[in-house]
Design a protein around this ligand. Structure first.
Ligand code: GTP
Ligand code: MG
Length: 200
């Protein structure tokens, strides 16, 4: 499951502009600032293949990266960033129809959820939408390195709470992985999981 090569292929602003060649792909979905672009860099062990920022709203296009000349990892804009200028905001309703419901080569959505905060309604809504539409998904909890002091809950407690809330919507709980782009936690596990899904 090793990453030997990664090539940026293209940025698209509409699903119909995405690459047409038939390669299995994984899409990074999640709130702005959850760590989608950082996780891509962590998986491929490069610092700036995908551009990241402290400020939400950095990724604004659909970015295809080709790994080992054989499969795609797709960086997406985040959702839930209310302050993004209209021009930078993705039209999610046309995107979901054009991409998630129609991308035949989509192996799995990686739904990134910030483990350093309690469950957020927008993430639960997103997970439920994917579930209702039978879109294969893997929960990827991010920022598991962030141990909060004081009264805030720890990542493992937030994850447990999130799983509990999801349980009602799924007969079979989707696979899930704990990660940190800072420490590399979960990197090998996630790469192995993706290779298993590709060969399934
Ligand atoms: P958008 O492109 O705006 O949707 O955001 P994104 O989901 O791509 O987030 P990005 O990777 O740009 O990271 C946002 C911020 O979170 C940056 O400051 C990262 O350094 C930080 N970050 C990302 N992953 C981790 C992590 O695992 N641990 C910690 N502590 N910080 C992280
Ligand atoms: Mg990004």
């Amino acid at each position: 499951a090793k990453v030997k090569q990664v090539d940026f292929v293209k940025s698209s602003n509409r699903p119909k502009d995405c690459p047409r060649n038939e390669r299995p792909e994984f899409a990074m979905l999640g709130r702005s600032n959850v760590g989608k672009s950082s996780l891509i860099n962590s998986l491929v062990r490069k610092k700036e293949v995908a551009l990241t920022s402290k400020k939400p709203g950095k990724t604004q296009l659909i970015n295809h990266f080709l790994v080992n000349k054989s499969w795609y990892i797709v960086d997406l804009p985040g959702y839930g960033f209310a302050n993004a200028p209209e021009s930078a905001r993705m039209d999610w309703s046309s995107f979901t129809k054009g991409y998630f419901l129609n991308r035949d080569t989509l192996v799995s959505v990686l739904l990134l959820v910030d483990a350093s905060v309690p469950p957020q309604k927008i993430d639960l809504d997103c997970a439920n939408w994917l579930g209702r539409n039978n879109i294969p998904m893997t929960f990827v909890f991010t920022k598991c390195d962030k141990a909060k002091g004081g009264k805030a809950k720890r990542p493992d407690e937030n994850i447990r709470d999130f799983q509990q809330l999801i349980r009602e919507s799924y007969r079979q709980h989707p696979p899930w992985i704990m990660t940190s782009s800072v420490t590399g936690l979960g990197r090998d596990e996630l790469l192995l999981h993706m290779s298993q899904l590709r060969n399934y």
